[in-house]
Design a protein around this ligand. Structure first.
Ligand code: PMP
Length: 360
């Protein structure tokens, strides 16, 4: 069996052990003579998957009392709308930090629904930095502050989080959730599409502080957090298989030492590649300013687009997948989420060194 060196940005690599276990359990889950996809979401078996997966989130993230873990659909993009729908009331303003592509998408959606203020932006740095939020003043009318903990396209990451006092801090953690330890108590709400660090696409995780779950009866039922919280994420048919896969990924994280171990390994993996960039004498140029570099999405450029195209082609021929930068910004990107093996990063390091020898 040959597994590709998978650096896809999302959907992205899954741990081989998880895929193999899913394969083993596919046609006969736990001796029931069927797959988990073929039974009711109200069955004992699925209820156990639902409960256990929530529990694994609580354990890995050390989620304090007073928070709910919800499994929703519609991707992180749906949360761009659900957050303001549920939390941005008339007379209040939503504060957003603009750090690039995904932050902009989130705030554009909120603008459709209410009053939005961009309170900080790294636009003047071409989105290569995270703005300093240490002296941020938020007015009393601020419904929440929204940040994007890791910009998947730009390759920048928050290394610390702002203190927002009584204003709920809300974070889109789609591309770095469970990649490092986190103090959940600092946040009012965290959301993440699963298809990078958690599992396959189809499920979005929302971790929400209970006081932010309002009845919101003016909203369609499916768009209220209260609906899903009141029904233990079983109001309607959930994406059973995605949640089952996520369960296996969380077990894999636990077995592999939890979030501290993930962080250490992710730093080591990313260092392999950033070291090549920094030691290349300008042949490779990192996009992000070093102090904001993401260990999840490593973005870099080369002297010209011709050379970048060459890099993509030769890397593909050598068994690497997903190294082309996002179509909106070009360049190159290696996504090195939790499940990307150290060996894949070592292979990429060697490929980059060899490529420079051939073309430098
Ligand atoms: N936020 C971030 C940071 C992302 O990386 C992505 C997906 N690449 C999204 C939001 C959108 O996620 P989805 O496709 O699940 O709607």
């Amino acid at each position: 069996m040959t597994r590709a060196y998978n650096f896809n940005a999302g959907p992205a690599a899954l741990p081989l052990e998880v895929l193999q276990r899913a394969q083993e359990e596919l046609v006969d889950y736990n001796g029931i003579g069927m797959s988990i996809m073929e039974i009711s979401h109200r069955s004992r078996e699925y209820e156990r998957v639902n409960e256990e997966t929530q529990q694994l989130f609580r354990e890995l993230l050390e989620i304090p009392e007073g928070y709910k873990v919800l499994f929703l659909q519609g991707g992180a993009s749906m949360q761009f709308a659900m957050v303001p729908m549920n939390l941005l009331r008339p007379g209040t303003t939503a504060a957003y930090v603009d750090t690039g592509s995904w932050a902009k998408k989130a705030l554009a959606e909120a603008k459709l629904l209410g009053e939005v203020q961009v309170v900080a932006s790294s636009k003047d740095d071409q989105y290569t930095t995270i703005p300093d939020l240490s002296s941020l003043e938020l007015s009393e009318q601020t419904a929440y502050l929204h940040i994007t903990s890791n910009e998947t396209i730009g390759g920048i990451q928050y290394k610390s989080f702002p203190d927002t006092g009584d204003v709920p801090l809300i974070a889109d953690m789609s591309s770095d959730i469970l990649s490092r330890p986190l103090d959940v108590s600092r946040f009012g709400l965290i959301y993440a599409g699963a298809q990078k660090n958690l599992g396959p696409s189809g499920v979005t995780v929302v971790i929400i502080r209970e006081d932010l779950i309002q009845p919101a009866e003016h909203l369609p039922t499916m768009l209220r957090y209260s609906t899903h919280a009141d029904n233990n994420s079983l109001y309607n048919t959930p994406p059973v298989y995605s949640i089952y896969m996520m369960n296996l990924v969380l077990q894999w994280i636990k077995e592999n030492g939890g979030l501290a171990a993930m962080e250490k390994r992710n730093e080591e993996k990313a260092k392999l590649i950033y070291d090549v960039i920094d030691g290349s004498g300008g042949f490779y140029r990192g996009v992000a300013k070093p102090e904001y570099r993401s260990p999840m999405n490593i973005t870099f450029r080369m002297a010209n687009e011709e050379l970048e195209k060459r890099f993509v082609e030769e890397s593909q021929a050598a068994g690497f997948v997903g190294l082309k930068g996002h179509r909106s910004v070009g360049g190159l990107r290696a996504s090195t989420y939790n499940a990307v093996p150290y060996e894949s990063c070592q292979a990429l390091q060697q490929f980059m060194l060899d490529f420079q020898k051939r073309h430098g």
